[in-house]
Design a binder for this molecule. Structure first.
Ligand code: ZN
Length: 322
């Protein structure tokens, strides 16, 4: 190292670092200050699926949130899931299935009518290059507002103007029954009224499906009662691949897959919801099925494994090829 001392090398490198910093400062990039699109595309056989994020709601919860567990246990589970004690992280992911012949949307998001931190489905449709008018069918899993409100905007205009709307017959029978509405407690009455806002002027154009029926080629409907009476999940089959669309069989898996026995206050029939959850999760785990859950963290897709005390959700790896 003829004549070059260690000290002189360090000095030169320090000077270069300073010069680089100065250069960086000169080319400083303004912050984007806007979230990135929430779109994830994958394939089941020849069907192309697009998961579209609608945002997240931090649902306020209190000590009666789980009917059959102490709030201390719930707080512990929320800690383990890195969640605050007074709010349940509730993300929303809708799914577009392109069968090659039809564009089918499964559940419609919040329509921006539930939380200011949700309602970006339309932006993500645009980012995904999907025109809402091109959607042929909307298939609804159940009638809670976070699944049906995106049928219409705040001014009651249809967002997917050309889509046939398909709903579970048992959901319609339960929620559109005025006797059930009149007998319901006050907070549940709001849910009934919201369903009338969405569906009353569409009644003649809504198709009712029974579980077991295919709503489109390769999209099978399966009964999953408990969360609501007509709550439905879907199995999508194409070629030799399948996806189980779990709808609201479980809310956030970091809480409800780990504690499959828990009955949430918003489940219409808590015991039935637990039985449905275990039946479907057992099947998904045993068959190593790819699953997606409406309230799973985006892109809401992965696998379930059985653990000593419940289940664990293992997210898929983000693919850059289809
Ligand atoms: Zn939901």
């Amino acid at each position: 190292m003829s004549g070059v001392t260690r000290r002189s090398i360090l000095t030169a490198s320090a000077a270069a670092t300073l010069a680089a910093r100065a250069g960086l400062a000169a080319a400083e990039t303004p912050a984007a200050n806007t979230p990135a699109p929430g779109i994830y595309r994958y394939k089941i056989g020849s069907y192309e699926l697009t998961a579209l994020y609608d945002g997240i709601w931090y649902r306020p919860i209190a000590d009666k949130f789980i009917r059959n567990a102490s709030f201390a246990d719930v707080e512990h589970a929320l800690d383990e899931a890195f969640m605050p004690h007074d709010k349940l992280a509730t993300p929303f992911t809708t799914l577009i299935v392109n069968t090659g012949k039809k564009l089918v949307l499964i559940d419609t998001g919040t329509g921006g009518q539930i939380a200011s931190s949700a309602g970006v489905l339309r932006d993500n449709l645009t980012a995904a290059g999907i025109d809402p008018k091109a959607v042929d069918q909307i298939v609804i899993s159940h009638f809670h507002p976070d699944h049906i409100n995106g049928i219409k905007d705040k001014d009651n205009n249809l967002i997917f103007a050309n889509a046939e709307i398909m709903v579970p017959a048992a959901e319609w029978a339960f929620w559109m029954d005025d006797a059930n509405m009149n007998a319901a407690p006050a907070d549940m009455k709001e849910t009934f009224l919201n369903q009338r806002r969405i569906f009353s002027d569409l009644a003649n154009n809504v198709t009712h499906y029974a579980p077991g029926q295919e709503v489109a080629p390769g999209i099978e409907t399966l009964p999953a009662p408990g969360h609501t009476p007509g709550h439905t999940v879907f199995a999508i089959h194409s070629g030799d691949q399948s996806l189980l669309v779990l709808s609201d069989t479980a809310q956030h898996p970091a809480v409800f897959a780990r504690h499959p026995d828990w009955q949430a206050a918003f489940d219409v029939d808590g015991a039935a919801a637990v039985a449905t959850r275990k039946r479907l999760f057992d099947r998904a785990a045993a068959d190593r099925m790819l699953v997606t859950g409406y309230h799973f963290p985006f892109p809401a897709c992965g696998h379930l494994i059985k653990t000593a005390s419940g289940y664990e959700h293992v997210p898929i790896e983000w693919q850059t090829t289809l």
